[in-house]
Write a protein that binds this ligand. Structure first.
Ligand code: SAM
Ligand code: SF4
Length: 332
């Protein structure tokens, strides 16, 4: 076992850290949250900005983390976000930093985030139609997301990636329109298969739009050529659009899982390490940290947690059990 990395018993090494900054959100996407929202984490249970920066520091300096992705809930709702980014950018070695956001508020913060050291953003947008957006997210904020996207691009948070989830009967006819629009704006579009991570347990395997469906739909308008071996540990299978250079990605977590190449470790907003989105167990780093443990002890416990990472999420296994936390509380 190489002591200075987050290696597991299957030989995978985690170099990519997903940090959830909050479980709260200003949208209510139907595939993620119920209309009434959720029981949010209490403030004292959340890691403070200092605690987050300390844990990321340990991950970068002692555990081989090379990339940090901030997520949530909606990470732009975290008041200290710009300060956290600034402090992480000052770490040695400096990790790559990106943010997954619904884009609301990005218009105001994109320039400050870039100046603080953020490299890129992924903005989630499932539809080009404001009325469908309202049905999907239960909020009338389509314009804010589009403006946020433009601002991210103008601020140089590039390449701007756009995440889309297709829902049957709502936006499943929009794949080619979304791609044409992304090509026009030079955003890299990635479709994500809907996963069983919604708090209200509405996911149905036989009703979901699969990667196969998405590719069939895109091919009605575009010629797609697989990028093949370039996928590596990246979750998205990428396809050249009409010969390139533009690409489109499909993240087929359900129908074509990429667990064998996974390089992720996750930290929830309340300081729990998760080895996988679908993990049913967590390791409480917050308790260790608040007990006054030194960095080396925290690093040791993090390594131990990752050592036990399961081979796969097992979504198609009859014994599959959904994690207790929904996506918004894990950090997608
Ligand atoms: N609020 C931010 C956002 O929406 O980008 C960050 C958190 S959100 C949980 C991260 C990503 O997870 C989004 O792209 C969202 O579309 C996706 N997501 C949420 N629930 C999902 C589900 N059940 N299946 C697949 N993707 C999901
Ligand atoms: Fe909020 Fe993101 Fe979940 Fe939508 S997907 S409800 S924007 S956390």
């Amino acid at each position: 076992m190489r002591p200075q990395t987050l290696i597991d018993t299957h030989g995978r090494v985690a170099t990519d850290l997903r940090v959830s900054l909050t479980d709260r959100c200003n949208l209510r996407c139907t595939y993620c949250m119920p209309e009434e929202g959720l029981q949010w984490l209490a403030k004292p249970d959340l890691l403070t900005d200092d605690e987050i920066v300390r844990l990321i520091g340990i991950a970068v300096t002692s555990l081989g983390i090379e990339e940090v992705r901030f997520t949530g809930g909606e990470p732009l709702l975290r008041p200290g976000l710009v300060g956290i980014v600034e402090r992480v950018a000052a770490l040695e070695p400096r990790p790559q930093m990106s943010l997954t956001t619904n884009g609301i508020g990005l218009k105001r913060t994109a320039t400050a985030l870039k100046a603080a050291g953020l490299d890129r953003v992924n903005v989630s947008l499932d539809t080009l139609r404001p009325d469908v957006f309202q049905t999907l997210t239960r909020r009338d904020r389509h314009k804010d997301v589009i403006e946020g996207l433009y601002a991210a691009h103008d601020a140089g948070l590039t390449p701007v990636k756009v995440n889309s989830v297709l829902m049957p009967g709502l936006n499943d006819d929009e794949a080619p329109d979304l791609l044409a629009w992304a090509v026009e704006h030079t955003y890299e579009l990635r479709f994500i298969e809907q996963m069983p991570l919604d708090a209200q347990h509405g996911w149905k395997r036989d009703g979901m739009i699969t990667a196969g469906d998405i590719l069939t739909s895109l091919r009605t308008r575009f010629a797609l050529t697989s990028e093949g071996e370039k996928r590596g540990s990246a979750p998205a299978e990428r396809w050249l659009v009409d010969g390139g250079p533009h690409v489109v990605g499909v993240i087929a977590s359900v129908t074509r899982p990429f667990c064998a190449a996974c390089d992720r470790t996750r930290l929830t907003a309340d300081g729990q390490v998760r080895t996988c989105l679908f993990a049913t167990e967590e390791t409480d780093l917050r308790a260790v940290l608040r007990s006054g443990a030194p960095d080396e002890e925290i690093a040791r416990i993090w390594r131990l947690a990752m050592w036990g990472k399961k081979a796969g999420a097992g979504l198609d296994d009859p014994s599959f059990v959904r994690p207790q936390r929904p996506m918004s509380a894990i950090g997608g």
